[in-house]
Ligand binder design. Structure first.
Ligand SMILES: [Zn+2]
Length: 277
């Protein structure tokens, strides 16, 4: 059985860091002190940078991961608080003030917000698109291996050093996908774990013919059970944000045993089977 790894803070991507670094007090408070400290450390450019006007007292603000209206309102001293912020941006935000999306541009001082030209697709549409891509990705490469999710940006890479992980480094690679994205087994194998797994939240661990194990973490739910055999590209779970995370993503890990601490480079492993990330 997999050990309960103390895999902490698997994802602190650039967007989150930008948010914290910008001094949004609310965001910092919402995270453990360690995370806030880590956030101010220098980081490699692993995720696409997203321009944000948070640092300057600009009229507009671009929503980043982890934001809430009240955080933004507090950080930018919006008169009337988040209620006013919501009122001024209802056109952009829609009917649910709890649902703001990264990339949305909000006005901070009462002018009617202008919808961005390239507003990110709503959650549902993104999931759908990813599903379509994932289906494509799940098609055999001819090597018996495929990607765990469709085209997705990489968040925290393998072996990124940091105090946030008990092993001293990140034991897998993070794919930035919304909750609800189909997750596929990268190759045929047998399920050796499916369900709660400490900091990994709900995960699925699959043993493959070459003796290696692949792990899919932070799932909303597994779609397979222990002992089940799976095929290359089979949908084995739905991505999510369970366990120790700062936002939804898929943590993908490759191990030489079912246990924590036996990880190997997941990107190199896939590459050796003809799958490039
Ligand atoms: Zn991770």
């Amino acid at each position: 059985m997999p050990a309960k790894g103390q895999h902490r803070k698997p994802r602190l991507n650039r967007l989150t860091r930008v948010c914290i670094a910008a001094g949004t007090g609310g965001a910092a408070l919402a995270l453990p002190l360690a995370a806030a400290t880590h956030a101010s450390a220098a980081e490699p450019a692993t995720a696409p940078a997203v321009a944000t006007t948070a640092a300057a007292k600009a009229e507009t603000y671009t929503v980043v991961h982890g934001d809430t209206l009240s955080k933004i309102a507090t950080a930018h001293h919006v008169k009337g608080g988040w209620h006013q912020l919501y009122k001024d941006n209802k056109k952009v935000i829609g009917s649910n003030p709890n649902l703001i999306r990264p990339g949305e541009r909000l006005t901070l001082n009462g002018h009617t917000a202008v919808k961005p030209a390239a507003k990110p697709a709503p959650k549902k549409a993104v999931a759908k698109t990813t599903a379509t891509t994932a289906k494509k990705a799940a098609a055999s490469t001819g090597t018996g291996y495929t990607k765990p999710v469709g085209d997705a940006a990489i968040g925290t890479p393998y072996h990124q050093a940091g105090s946030n992980w008990s092993s001293g480094y990140h034991t897998g690679v993070d794919f930035l996908v919304w909750s609800g994205t189909p997750v596929h087994s990268v190759a045929a194998g047998t399920v050796v774990h499916a369900g709660a797994d400490g900091a990994y939240g709900n995960d699925v661990i699959i043993k493959h013919a070459d003796g290696k194990y692949t792990l899919y973490g932070h799932l909303t739910r597994p779609l397979v059970s222990v002992g089940q055999t799976v095929t290359e590209g089979q949908e084995i779970g739905i991505s999510g944000a369970t366990g120790n995370v700062t936002g939804p993503h898929l943590h993908f890990e490759v191990r030489t045993t079912p246990n924590y601490g036996s990880d190997i480079d997941p990107v190199a492993y896939l590459a050796s089977h003809g799958v490039s990330i």
